[in-house]
Structure formats: C-alpha cells, structure tokens
Design a protein around this ligand. Structure first.
Ligand code: SAM
Length: 300
C-alpha cells in the first residue's frame, strides 16, 4: 500500500470557524511553485550537528518535528544527512503538496512518519514526543501586528517545549529586524521594509518569549550571506525582477501595488544603466554582517 495514503491528516480545530489555514500575511498558494527555485535550507548541516550534540544521540536515532515545514526543504536535507525519523506539519496544503513529492522516497521508506495539514498553535502531539522541534522561518507568520506581543508565537514555543523529550532542543531560524536591514531589498523602499520587520521578533523579544515558554537559549548564530534566499538569476530577460523570485520571497506580499511598481522600476533602471551589480554589492551587506540567525534552546 502507498504509505502516503496511510498518513494521518489531523483535523484542524478551526475548520468551519472562519479561521484561515495560513500565515497571518503571506500567500503560500502563490509562493509554492517558485519557492524551491530560490530557497536553500541554510544551516541544515549545523542543525544536524547541534541536534546530536545536545541530545547526545546519533542522527539516525533522532525524531524531529518540522513545524511550518513548507516544501520540505529542511526535511529532505536532514533526511539526506541520515536523520532517522521526521514528522512535518504546515498550514498550507499547497506547500505540503510540494513537500509530499519531494519526500516521496522517505515516505515509502517509513522515515517520514506524518505530513500533516495543520495550523499551529497548538501542536497535536503528546508531551515528550520529539528530540528536536524545528521552527524555520515560521514564527513571524503566526501573529498579526499588535504591539509586538507575539501571543501565538509564545503559545507555539510553549507547546514546542512540552513536545520535547528530556534533552531535546528547539531550533529556530529567523531574520531579526537588525539583519533585515542588510538585504538589498531593504534599501529599495523604507515603508515596505518598516512594515515587514514589524512581524519579525528582535533577538531581545525572542529571549523574552523563551523565558515565558520555559525555554533557555543555548546558541545564537548568524550566517554570513543572504542565507535562505538565492540571488542568482533574479533578473528576467526584460531586465526586471523575475516574477518567480518575487513570488518565492513571500515578504513582497506586504508591499503595496505602488511600492511593488516602484521596486520593479528602480531595479529595471539599474539594470538598464549597467549599475545593478555594483548597486547590489554596495547595498547588500549580508556577506559582511549576516542575514539568517539560528537560535537553539532547550528546556529551562
Ligand atoms: C517561509 S515558509 C518556511 C518553510 C520552511 N520551514 C523553510 O524554512 O523552508 C513558512 C511556512 O510556515 C507555514 N505556516 C505559516 N503559518 C503557519 C501556522 N500557523 N501553522 C503551521 N504552518 C504555518 C506556511 O504555510 C509556510 O509553509
């Protein structure tokens, strides 16, 4: 029997109550087809190493839960490295459909225990179920902008803490607002950048959330370079930002139509004048200052 068919699809508790199956602001139905063209599972090797270090177990003996797994980029990278068991959930059926294809071999082999359509929080698992809970680029999708209190993020972190086995860890990737300013995109339109970073907790805010969730942070690492997002082949044959790149970088959902036109025109102007490469080199400081940050916590 095809193992995919045996998969448990958790019933969403908000079904029929008018609650959306998705990020508070991004449209992953739009992103899902282009996401993998430009996204990289940055730090998956480090996550594999740190997971073994903190749990004291070998990768083959670990069970990792990937919350907001998206297209399964991290799942595949970790399973390719030799991870034993993986469970994945995401609020977007479209992203899960890509993940299901990507992980088909591991599903057949029984390494992927479940791939569930589920909007968190809460988490539908018993206490002490996992060695590692992954929250890669997902926390900033949970809350609407509301005084930077991040209630859903705190609730999810509490749930993640409860799901951990004794020496388990929570691994989070994010772009803190301070790092967001290192990407060239932040230099294109101030209002757009300002609007975007309101959804992203700062490192201090993460510390506060960890304390409220019964977690203790044990590692904070920032990767040099743009990290998760790829800058190659992002200009189309007409000299505009390639639409598939724009789709993959879901933050552009937060730009107004006018802002998006202005960004396209500015990039086009730079390309036409032959200044695009130089402008991005001068205005993108991710190689020197970093982009994506990895936070690792264990139970306090
Ligand atoms: C930027 S993508 C990251 C995907 C993947 N973790 C990665 O790093 O490639 C964010 C993912 O979180 C999912 N997501 C957003 N809000 C969610 C929620 N409340 N519950 C579960 N998944 C959610 C989205 O559907 C999307 O697939």
């Amino acid at each position: 029997m095809n193992r995919c068919k045996m998969f448990k699809f958790v019933n969403y508790i908000g079904k029929g109550c008018g609650v959306r199956f998705r990020s508070s602001w991004a449209n992953f139905r739009k992103s899902c087809h282009d996401y993998d063209k430009y996204r990289r599972p940055v730090g998956s090797d480090l996550i594999a190493g740190l997971s073994q270090f903190y749990t004291g177990k070998q990768l083959k003996d670990l069970h990792i839960l990937d919350v907001g797994c998206g297209t399964g980029l991290y799942g595949k990278a970790l399973l390719d490295l030799g991870l034993g068991k993986m469970s994945l959930i995401d609020a977007s059926k479209d992203m899960l459909s890509v993940a299901s294809n990507k992980l088909a071999t591991y599903i057949e082999q029984g390494c992927v225990l479940s791939l569930d359509h589920y909007q968190t929080p809460p988490l539908p698992y018993q206490n002490g179920s996992f060695d590692v809970v992954l929250l890669n680029m997902v926390i900033h999708h949970l809350d609407s902008v509301n005084g930077r209190t991040f209630p859903n993020a705190i609730r999810l972190l509490k749930e993640a803490e409860m799901c951990l086995k004794k020496k388990g860890i929570v691994a989070i990737t994010t772009i803190p607002p301070s790092n967001a300013m290192n990407y060239w995109t932040s230099k294109q339109c101030y209002e757009f950048t300002h609007r975007t970073i309101q959804y992203f907790p700062s490192l201090d805010e993460y510390e506060t959330m960890f304390i409220k969730s019964g977690l203790k942070s044990v590692q904070k690492l920032t990767f040099l370079g743009p990290g998760l997002i790829c800058y190659e082949n992002i200009i189309d044959s007409n000299g505009y930002l390639d639409q598939s790149w724009v789709n993959s970088a879901c933050v552009f959902e937060l730009a107004t139509d006018e802002e998006m036109i202005a960004i396209h025109e500015k990039v086009h102007g730079l390309v036409q004048s032959g200044m695009w490469q130089q402008w991005t080199q001068e205005n993108d400081t991710t190689e020197a200052l970093g982009g994506v940050t990895l936070l690792v916590c264990h139970k306090d």
